[in-house]
Design a protein around this ligand. Sequence first.
Ligand SMILES: Cc1ncc(COP(=O)(O)O)c(C=O)c1O
Length: 439
Amino acid sequence: MSATRGDPSPGRRLVTEIPGPRSRELAARRARAVPDGVGTTLPVFISRAGPGILEDVDGNRLIDLGSGIAVTGAGNSPPQVVDAVREQVGLFAHTCFQVTPYAGYVEVCERLNELTPGGHEKRSFLVNSGAEAVENAVKVARYATGRPGIVAFDHGFHGRTLLTMSLTGKVNPYKRGFGPFVPEVHRAPYSDPFRETGRLDETITMLETTVGVESIAAVLVEPIAGEGGVVVPERGWLPGLAEWCRSQGILLIADEVQTGFGRTGDWFACEHEGVVPDLVATAKALGGGLPLGGITGRAEVMGSVHPGGLGGTFGGNPVACAAALAAIRTIETEGLVARARAIGERTLDRLHRLAADQPAMGSVRGRGAMVGVEFVRPGSMTPDRDIAGRVLRRCHQAGVVVLGAGTYGNVVRLLPPLVISDELLDEGLAILEEAVTAG
Ligand SMILES: Cc1ncc(COP(=O)(O)O)c(C=O)c1O
């Protein structure tokens, strides 16, 4: 059974302290089996899940405002995905697409070609994760342009492999002690309207004078910086960047790993300002809970790479493809892109009202079901990670899963599943409000 499915009133329920005794037992085993380098936001061990609810091994039900970091937007094991996965795994689980192909892979690529921004001819291929998607987009961009350089931004997060770590902006915890990093990565300031940084004209001058356009293969950008603190760039910044790239023969890679598949109230966040990237990296919600990443790009760019230059053993696994097709259909049939917009309006409205008399809430921002609250020392712009930490802990204790984020560690991030009910969302937000007003 998919967790709380069938239960007429699935809601938050705390029957032990958080974490409860069974979770604590498992945490002790985890400590003996898993290195601390693999962090934990909230050490409750989950046994099942329903729409907007995570149930733990002690029987507590937590409101999920994190979607496993923007993965379970279409629901956590929704019936359509469960049925598709069951059917596919009963037929065959793996062949390796490069050895003997199957239709599901092609169908996912067709959907990606159709849904990603732009009506031009596209090609896609599939990998296992967001990091792999970004890494492969960079490979293709370098190959297609014959140039080595990649521009990446402050606040950017692109993954934990050597290349994507090199592209990531924040040092601690992602990069500290793991260098040396990949050469030819050039960092530029991201547009942050709250902190008034990242003016496009200055960035362009800097790139033209200190890097040189002829050595830049691609500019890699998150349309909204997720891990960096849900930083929504100033209006016009992303289209301006795209325009400059086009004028210089530089490819624009949009990292839509976190923002894709309806999360921000459009299929892809680039669409809010009509930006059409040359390459799009996707993952997270694409697989409907199973590991899957995609790289979609202009046919001529993608077609430049020689046969065998791209791929991998598990990339586009048939079970993950079946789950992806079902998740995409669910987003369509249940109107979840529009639902993300409604979630965003409800959430932002409430948090803006709260911020009006909470000076520690320096900035409330986001798009659709991707919202961040940046905490500062009242009366200043100084990031305050202590307040953010206290708010997170209070929410967790009360049974609401919210996430931290931000280059300065001072952002509370909400990524609720797009299937969450208004009642659960409101309850979660009320608890967040209490956590903030408690100081
Ligand atoms: C924007 C962005 N790109 C890439 C990644 C890396 O994805 P993965 O963890 O699947 O490798 C993430 C993960 O949080 C992300 O948010």
